[in-house]
Design a protein around this ligand. Structure first.
Ligand SMILES: *Cc1c(COP(=O)(O)O)cnc(C)c1O
Length: 368
């Protein structure tokens, strides 16, 4: 982590301090109020729960520190993605999305945006760097992409997109603002599923949009209020708590992933290993540049679907679950969701288990 990131983490941990009066709680209260004392309509911090409330404020303040931007919180990653796209598009507009990115984003494009007259063009992540952006209003990227872990140069995309008159939205879920900062590289909006590593315990759905264009962010805030796509106060509290330990969890997860990826790469049963942190990986060029490290996600192939399923079932320290970024190591065969990957392709999200026992369990399951 850079000194700047260290400073942000420290500020995040103490962000409530300056505003606390004697005897007030150190952690933010879970505020469940939908209505607020309002003898007149002007001048109150809050007036109605759909428009804003104190527990959202607390988590948005933390995320604003990490992103160095304005932040609007949403009830899920998809709610944030929807908000960002709706606020940058209208009927007749054209958006480029990754054909190898998060599959629900592709379904949103096909089954919702397209229906409302938006032209949705899908391109593989590795082709975006050279794709022609003429005529597009939005270039939407996911780097590293989920689940293939391909990367694109965010600064290069932003420069070319802006020259073509398009905005850039980056899904930063696989990295979090601690490992990658798309807004610093010229992106107009960041979207993220805080359901993953930020919440970190597989018990809260949450998302956010971050941006530095005040007018655009006001539109995102209006979208939340008008559409009613609002986070719950309990989830906001859980994400606030999760963010306080994000850096320590990520340190363990990424360090373990680097070790496990290296060992998997030289294992005779494993093919097609993808981990951006490994020097031979096609995405390695992004590490040390836009990516602080290789992250905590690894992709690899076993012979076929049955071999992959047997491995997953036999490994005692792998939770067979979808999603990633939690404290428990989790993995699944992505082809079961229709991702464009080999039948035996497994995406593993490395958790916080001590790495020696974790590797032991993976190795013995591979041998079996
Ligand atoms: C999980 C995920 C999402 C969606 O997040 P939800 O909170 O499940 O709606 C979006 N993008 C990526 C890259 C994800 O992994």
């Amino acid at each position: 982590m850079t000194a700047e990131t260290d400073a942000r983490i420290a500020r995040l941990l103490h962000h409530r301090k300056a505003g606390l009066a004697m005897g007030e709680p150190v952690v933010p209260p879970i505020s469940v109020a939908t209505t607020f004392h309002l003898p007149q309509t002007q001048g109150a911090a809050h007036y109605y729960g759909r428009a804003g409330q104190p527990t959202w404020d607390a988590v948005e303040a933390q995320l604003a520190i990490l992103e160095a931007a304005e932040v609007v919180a949403f009830p899920s990653g998809m709610a944030a993605i929807t908000a960002a796209l709706v606020c940058c598009l209208k009927a007749g507009a054209r958006v480029m999305i990754p054909s190898d990115g998060y599959y629900v984003t592709r379904l949103l494009g096909r089954d919702v945006l397209q229906v409302y007259g938006v032209d949705v063009v899908q391109i593989p992540t590795h082709e975006m760097e050279t794709a022609d952006f003429t005529g597009f209003q939005v270039i939407y990227i996911e780097t590293p992409s989920n689940p293939g872990l391909d990367t694109v140069d965010i600064a290069a995309i932003a420069a070319r997109a802006h020259a073509a008159g398009a905005r850039v939205i980056v899904d930063n879920t696989t990295m979090t603002p601690l490992l990658q900062r798309p807004l610093d590289l010229g992106a107009d909006l960041v979207v993220a599923a805080d359901t993953k590593a930020p919440a970190g315990h597989s018990d809260a759905l949450f998302g956010h949009v971050a941006g530095r264009d005040t007018t655009l962010m006001a539109k995102v805030g209006d979208w939340r209020r008008l559409s009613g796509s609002v986070p719950g106060p309990f989830e906001a509290y859980l994400v606030h708590r999760g963010l306080e330990t994000l850096e320590v969890r990520l340190s363990r997860m990424c360090a373990s992933a680097a070790i496990i990826a290296e060992r998997l790469a030289s294992h005779p049963e494993v093919r097609g290993l993808r981990y951006p942190g490994l020097p031979g990986d096609p995405s390695h060029k992004a590490v040390g540049g836009q990516m602080a490290n290789g992250g905590f996600l690894i992709g690899f192939e076993l012979t076929d679907a049955a071999t992959a399923e047997t491995f997953l079932a036999r490994c005692p320290l792998i939770e067979q679950a979808t999603s990633f970024g939690g404290v428990h190591t989790a993995a699944e065969r992505r082809a079961r969701w229709g991702d464009d990957v080999a039948e035996g392709f497994i995406r593993i999200s490395v958790g916080i288990e001590p790495v020696a026992v974790l590797w032991q369990s993976i190795e013995s399951a591979l041998q079996a």
